[in-house]
Design a protein around this ligand. Structure first.
Ligand code: SAH
Length: 240
């Protein structure tokens, strides 16, 4: 009798363990894993911290509900107000080339959905991010807070000017394209600091530029041709 009861107890225990394990996986775990293997690792991203972050952050929670099914597709997606969340590979590539360390403080220009900020926050100490469109900035701030990110600080304003009160930054990432590299952003880099920024005209050819500040000198290198939404000025918000 005792043996049979024990057997059923054991069976129940195994069943419970399996269900707890399964509940930790959600509908999006498999597509996310597939995204990491086929779009990120297969294309040469090697930094284990970037790969770990891409595996962890639930990208589907950063896109509008009706397009969640496409969240892990190999492309940018609309996030409202004519703006886009970058393609997963671009997010990973820009994070990797910044050569980040866990002690770094990073400035992002163009919060958008907050996805890139979340990826960075998994890797570095603090992320400061600026969004010029109040609607997008407030939604992202709320979303990141709900997700438990305590090391991301969202400001609504013109990122061209950077965030001088919080400078200097070990790295700057710009996710909208200005026609020229904003001087204030270079000034707000630490010695040895890195910046990744798409530069070029709207609807023209844009180059992703990797910049490094070394002994006061600026070393620049074009690393990829890209298409980003333009960096706008405050007075342009109403007309666009
Ligand atoms: N990094 C975002 C994608 C951003 S799309 C993400 O992970 O979802 C580019 C964003 O830059 C848009 O939201 C746009 O409103 C914003 N932007 C454009 N010009 C800006 C400026 N001058 N300062 C700050 N943000 C700006």
């Amino acid at each position: 009798m005792f043996k049979i009861t024990y057997f059923y107890f054991l069976l129940l225990l195994i069943f419970c363990t399996i269900s707890i394990g399964a509940s930790r996986k959600d509908l999006f775990t498999d597509p996310r894993e597939r995204m990491v293997t086929t779009q990120i690792i297969a294309r040469g991203i090697k930094d284990p911290r970037v790969i770990k972050a891409m595996r962890k952050v639930p990208r589907h929670l950063f896109v509008p509900e009706k397009i969640r099914g496409s969240a892990y597709d190999d492309r940018p997606l609309p996030i409202g107000e004519g703006q886009t969340i970058s393609q997963p590979y671009i997010v990973a590539f820009m994070s990797e080339v910044l050569d980040l360390s866990s002690r770094d403080r990073v400035l992002e220009i163009g919060t958008g959905s907050g996805y890139q900020a979340a990826i960075l926050a998994e890797i570095v100490r603090q992320v400061y991010t600026i969004e010029i469109r109040p609607g997008l900035g407030e939604t992202a701030r709320e979303r990141l807070k709900e997700m438990g990110y305590r090391n991301i600080f969202v400001k609504i304003g013109d990122g061209y000017k950077g965030w001088p009160e919080k400078a200097p930054f070990n790295a700057v990432i710009v996710t909208c394209a200005p026609e020229k590299i904003p001087r204030p952003l270079i000034d707000q880099l630490t010695e040895g600091g890195r910046m990744i920024i798409p530069v070029g005209e709207e609807r023209g050819i844009q180059e992703l530029i990797l910049l490094r500040k070394e002994k006061g000198m600026i070393i620049k290198k074009a690393v990829m041709s890209v298409v980003f939404v333009p960096m706008i000025k405050e007075e342009e918000i109403m007309v666009r």
